[in-house]
Design a protein around this ligand. Structure first.
Ligand code: SF4
Length: 359
């Protein structure tokens, strides 16, 4: 299923763990960006007919209603009505989400809202430099529920100095809000972010315990873990993201956005000046072939916990690796599908190493 991704790289401030392409910018630059993004939409509309739409960032909700509407109109003019997409998601943060913007999302027929919470504990929101409090989140979430039946909440595990008990309490609090989907990622402190500069590091053993506890709490509450980091209620899996994991085609527009079309993977420039001034925005492009292509498909497919049916080609190239991982009890055949075991789910990076170059 073809997917269209649109990147809005602006945020009210930079979170202390963030390594995404996002930054604080004046309104004048946001206006310039939307103009250029709309031109890119027009120029690339022939590349695909998308079935799902995902507007992510950064923080899409930071845009003014006027700029949001300019973007939505460009999408509709070139790809058809947003309400006709099989699924359309927009990401938002509560510090910039207002009733006027929710009205707009509804007017254009978005079906899914994804909210960044990360933690329901103000102490940790402060440590990681988030721009909102839990109280503000609750207020906006209550309002958003009047507009959207299908809301995702993003959470992060293993925050600096966080205990297992605090984390579990947080997960229970989020479950009590009854979202339809939860994305849960482990904190990664990469070189360059503020937490790294402050000397924070992560505790892998504690993180593992947190992820296992969260999975159990969420499954008990009726969520299905359908991907390593994603939990959904019945019928609420993210179709747009499933397309990525199934190696489907996607078109990414905007700063640093990636595309995968006809076996070619390409990424737009991450430099805002270049993006705004150059017609050719591609910074990197490669046609994946042979073992590298199959290996990447396997890694993506294994992220889905139901697994996948290996093709003849995959078996030719990786049968020995599959056998080793099955012996190590990290992979298992569920009928004809190969999947991560319960243990493999938490050691996925160890499994994935078998499918990346150098083999
Ligand atoms: S809101 Fe998201 S994209 Fe923006 S700075 Fe924070 S983590 Fe990064």
């Amino acid at each position: 299923m073809n997917g269209l991704y649109i990147h809005i790289p602006f945020c009210v401030s930079k979170c202390f763990y963030c390594n995404f392409v996002s930054f604080k910018t004046p309104l004048s630059l946001q206006k310039e960006y939307i103009k250029e993004l709309c031109a890119e939409i027009k120029n690339k509309k022939k590349l695909m007919k998308p079935k799902t739409l995902y507007i992510g960032g950064g923080t899409p909700s930071i845009l003014t209603p006027k700029l949001l509407e300019e973007l939505f109109k460009a999408i509709e003019k070139n790809f058809g009505p947003i309400k006709n997409f099989k699924e359309s998601t927009i990401e938002a943060n509560v510090e910039s989400l207002t009733p006027a913007k929710l009205d707009l999302f509804k007017k254009y027929g978005f079906t899914r809202l994804s909210l960044g919470l990360q933690s329901p504990d103000n102490k940790y929101l402060k440590i990681i430099g988030r721009a909102h409090t839990f109280e503000r989140f609750l207020k906006v979430y209550a309002l958003a529920k009047k507009y959207f039946e299908n809301i995702n909440i993003d959470l992060i595990a293993n925050l600096p100095r966080q205990t297992l008990a605090e984390f579990s309490k947080g997960v229970k609090k989020v479950i009590s809000l009854k979202p339809k989907h939860i994305s849960l990622y482990a904190l990664e402190i990469e070189e360059g972010c503020v937490l790294y500069q402050k000397g924070f590091s992560t505790d892998d053993d504690l993180c593992l315990k947190m992820l296992k506890t969260a999975a159990a709490l969420l499954e008990n509450a009726g969520f299905k873990q359908y991907e390593i980091s994603n939990f959904a209620r019945k019928g609420k899996k993210s179709l747009h993201n499933i397309n990525y994991w199934k190696s489907g085609s996607y078109l990414g527009l905007g700063l640093a956005a990636s595309s995968y079309l006809k076996g070619v993977r390409s990424t737009n420039t991450a430099d805002l000046r270049t993006y705004l001034t150059q017609k050719n925005k591609t910074a990197f492009s490669e046609k994946l072939k042979g073992k590298a292509k199959e290996g990447e498909k396997i890694i993506l497919a294994l992220r889905m916990l139901d697994g996948f049916k290996p093709t003849k080609k995959m078996l030719q190239l990786f049968k020995e690796d599959f056998d080793i991982l099955i012996k190590q009890k990290l992979l298992i055949y569920k009928k004809e599908k190969l999947a991560l075991t319960e243990q493999g789910k938490y050691l996925a990076n160890q499994v994935f190493r078998y499918f990346v170059e150098p083999f």
